[in-house]
Write a new protein. Structure first.
Lengths: 117, 110
């Protein structure tokens, strides 16, 4: 099956620093990638949708300048949490889809657990 | 806005008992997908339902899509400890994005 990797799997940083998370589709080209945030015991909250070569579409309430998304190629998307604060601590998960149709299933990365001290 | 409601929030069962989780959408869905997330893991795709009234089975798991394409259910027969995790439904209205339900956490006691 399709594999999506995410790096790093876990990161601890000081308040005020920036953290970059990479999401890669290893054996397929991902036309669309999604970034989710998940708090403990809660559902997945979609943060943004990114298409290769174009600007990401952010969900309401998600700060574009704080969560920078770059979909540089058909196999790589990055999420940069800028000037991180303790309230940004969460589990960040990316997913990738092969096409633009909502009928295409999403393949999830293993997630990145961010802890901001 | 579009919502996908999922119940129950959690359920404790004895191993061997059945389990069902339900999803309801405020709008008609073009399709619905189901995912399972094990504790500490990431969501894994289980199945997709597209047709009105569709029923699909995967071993002990039975998935249904309502006639009006607004609701769906996942039923597990004779649960096992390996079924532990959170089950999410994810609905689409034909647009671009996926709307996840809140998930149902299943606890199975041996």
């Amino acid at each position: 099956g399709a594999v999506v990797s995410q790096h790093p799997s876990r990161v601890i940083c000081k308040s005020g620093t920036s953290v970059k998370i990479e999401c890669r589709s290893l054996d397929f080209q991902a036309t669309t990638m999604f970034w989710y945030r998940q708090f403990p015991k809660q559902s997945l909250m979609l943060m943004a949708t990114s298409n290769e070569g174009s600007k990401a579409t952010y969900e309401q309430g998600v700060e574009k300048d704080k969560f920078l998304i770059n979909h540089a190629s058909l196999t790589l998307s990055t999420l940069t949490v800028t000037s991180a604060h303790p309230e940004d601590s969460s589990f960040y998960i990316c997913s990738a889809r092969t096409g633009t149709s909502a009928r295409n299933e999403q393949f999830f990365g293993p997630g990145t657990r961010l802890t901001v001290l | 806005g579009q919502q996908v409601m999922q119940i129950p929030q959690y359920q404790h069962v004895q191993e061997g008992e059945d389990f069902t989780t339900y999803c309801n959408s405020s709008t008609t869905l073009s399709n619905i997908q189901w995912y399972k997330q094990r504790p500490g893991g990431h969501p894994v795709f289980l199945i997709q339902l597209v047709k009105s009234g569709e029923v699909k089975k995967q071993k002990r798991l039975t998935f249904q899509f309502g006639e009006a394409k607004k609701n769906s259910s996942l039923h597990i027969t004779a649960t096992q400890t390996t079924d532990v995790g959170t089950y999410f439904c994810a609905g689409h209205t034909g647009g671009f994005k996926t709307i996840f339900g809140a998930g149902t956490r299943l606890f199975v006691k041996a």
